[in-house]
Design a protein around this ligand. Structure first.
Ligand code: ASP
Length: 585
């Protein structure tokens, strides 16, 4: 028998039991007359004890040959510890050893297998199987398991079927680049890996499956960031005979269920905010509503006073950062530097301090009287001791910049507590967005999203002002998921493709299968997909999704452990009818 118990389960009640434990040697402390070995497995750590004079000399000699990460099986008796460790679940006991079997040796690991390891990112990725032995990673993957299990339980209780859809498909236009797979049997032709199962889940609705879900891998060939991976997992869902309200209710239910089951947190009914309101008051379609600092527009009171910067701007808008009125010159300069960073791109920052004595000190005192500034303060709802920060410029740009500043102030003032969760729905997204570069409209969500019925008549004349039955779920400033009510009518789908610049032939060639299906009794349907990796990271209060995925890719999309992507042999290339053209990328 290799083990009778795990390394996480023995307690004071087990004293005097004869046990066998197996695991990895975490640490050996050799004090001469006493030797302690910490033995670790997935379940925890148990301390093993050897004592000169009491334990067999042969066993002591053997223990001295062990190294970190050796795999051993240890026999002994559970005894009560003299000095207990209350931080460890097994901290009341230790094992008085009677036998050790080395199951496998280990080289010295390239970094320490500790909670705070000395290993850098690249090294940890290369030896991911060692990194995964560490507690933080183990806890992350345990959380991931719990979330997927509870998600399945909830969706099952709501009559959803988990149905797998294929990975070798043809491209789905979700806005990113496809990963493609050459077909050997169909030379010169390629599959694409799904950016999402979008068209398949819609076909399942046509097929009458009514409620579908899948925890599914999706593939997008885009530039990577901390919260993006080329392959990632979605909780993908679709429902038939539903309106927007039904989808929101069902998935609000899922989110609340997960928070309750997993974090013991009761989430109130999710507030709704229109896209237009989110952009106007937070400068973002994924507002972090854990804190206020809502945007206040000042055009009517800040323009026409001879300050050119404001007079020439399309929008003058600011935030009130409560209780920062005591910021020093240096702190204000730092904020100005922040908004002027190239990634943010503001030209400058105007500040107004509301002094405790009721006067105002601002960077634009020359142009604005104390009375003028008092009017601003009223608009901001500011009080003495507050600091107002104001940006101006072209509307979209200035909103984006002020959003960055707002989040920065939220961080500085520690208003973004990762243990506080504030989800909301953002609704009424525009159907289309104009892309100046290509000179045409793009679908804001995807081409299968339906316009609001009351806006359908505007599709021909004013496509830019059509709202969609599209929604996002946002938690703490992170877009956790999005979806829409779909088009289920061939003619409307055709019209949509036309708006997006597809000829009838192109639309038929690429999406004929879907439009044809719409002619065989497609029910009204809609759905949503939640980013599963992001959801897990959020539950753990972290930004990066990488440590919530067992084997992730690095920033250049590489798996440095298996060293992929990698060249393939000439034989494979020939078989696929591919030729590498050197010197181009
Ligand atoms: N397929 C969409 C996405 O991946 C989600 C949806 O519309 O259901 O974002």
């Amino acid at each position: 028998m290799l083990r009778s118990h795990t390394c996480g389960e023995l307690r004071i009640e087990d004293v005097n039991k004869k046990v066998t434990l197996s695991g990895w040697v975490q640490r050996i402390r050799d004090k001469g007359s006493l030797i302690w070995i910490d033995l670790r497995d997935r379940y925890g750590i148990t301390q093993l004890l050897l004592e000169e004079g009491r334990s067999a000399q042969e066993l002591i000699d053997k223990a001295r040959t062990l190294g970190r990460e050796f795999v051993i099986s240890a026999r002994g008796t559970v005894i009560e510890r003299v000095s207990k460790n209350h931080k460890m679940p097994t901290g009341d006991i230790e094992i008085d050893l009677t036998g050790i079997e080395v199951l496998n040796k280990s080289k010295i690991p390239p970094f320490t297998i500790e909670d705070n390891t000395d290993g850098g990112e690249e090294l940890r990725m290369k030896y991911r199987y060692l990194d995964l032995r560490r507690n933080p990673l183990r806890t992350n993957l345990a959380l991931r398991h719990r979330l997927s299990l509870e998600t399945r339980k909830y969706l099952d209780s709501q009559d959803f079927f988990e149905i797998e859809t294929p990975y070798l498909i043809k491209s789905t236009p979700e806005g990113a680049r496809d990963f493609v797979v050459p077909s050997r049997m169909n030379r010169g032709q390629f599959y694409a890996l799904p950016q999402s199962p979008q068209t398949f889940k819609q076909l399942l609705m046509v097929a009458g499956y009514d409620r579908y879900y899948q925890l599914v891998k999706c593939f997008r060939d885009e530039d990577l960031r901390a919260d993006r991976q080329p392959e990632f997992t979605q909780i993908d869902c679709e429902m038939a005979f539903v309106e927007q309200e039904d989808v929101l209710d069902t998935f609000e239910g899922l989110i609340r269920y997960l928070f309750r089951e997993i974090k013991g947190v009761n989430i109130e009914k999710l507030p709704r905010m229109t896209y237009a309101e989110a952009m106007k008051t937070y400068g973002s379609d994924k507002p972090d509503i854990r804190f206020g600092m809502k945007f206040v527009e000042l055009n009517d009171v800040a323009k026409g006073k001879g300050f050119n910067v404001f007079d020439d701007a399309e929008l003058v808008v600011g935030i009130n950062t409560e209780s920062c009125g005591n910021y020093s010159r240096k702190q204000l300069d730092k904020l100005t530097d922040f908004v002027k960073k190239p990634q943010i791109g503001a030209k400058g920052l105007v500040y107004v301090k509301y002094n405790e004595d009721g006067t105002f000190k601002s960077s634009v005192n020359k142009f604005f009287s104390q009375e003028d500034l008092k009017v601003w303060a009223e608009k901001f709802g500011a009080n003495p001791g507050d600091l107002m920060l104001i940006l101006s410029g072209e509307t979209d740009a200035v909103r984006r910049q002020l959003n960055e500043l707002r989040l920065e102030m939220g961080n500085r003032l520690e208003l973004r507590n990762p243990e506080v969760f504030k989800p909301l729905w953002v609704v009424d997204f525009p159907l289309l967005e104009w892309d100046a570069e290509s000179g045409r409209y793009h679908a804001m969500h995807h081409p299968f999203t339906s316009p609001k019925p009351e806006h359908e008549h505007l599709l021909e004349t004013e496509p830019g002002s059509v709202s969609a039955n599209a929604y996002d779920i946002v938690i703490n400033g992170v877009e956790i998921g999005g979806g829409s009510i779909r088009i289920h009518n061939r003619e409307l789908q055709k019209q949509m493709f036309k708006l997006l610049g597809f000829s009838d032939e192109e639309a038929q060639a690429q999406f004929g299968f879907l439009m044809n299906a719409f002619e065989y009794g497609a029910p009204p349907h809609g759905g949503i997909a939640l980013g599963f990796d992001r959801l897990v990271a959020l539950f753990a209060g972290q930004d990066s999704i990488r440590d919530f995925i067992a084997f992730p890719k690095n920033n250049s999309g590489r798996d440095v452990m298996i060293d992929s992507p990698s060249p393939i042999s000439q034989e494979q290339l020939d078989e696929l009818g591919l030729r590498i053209v050197e010197g181009e990328s």
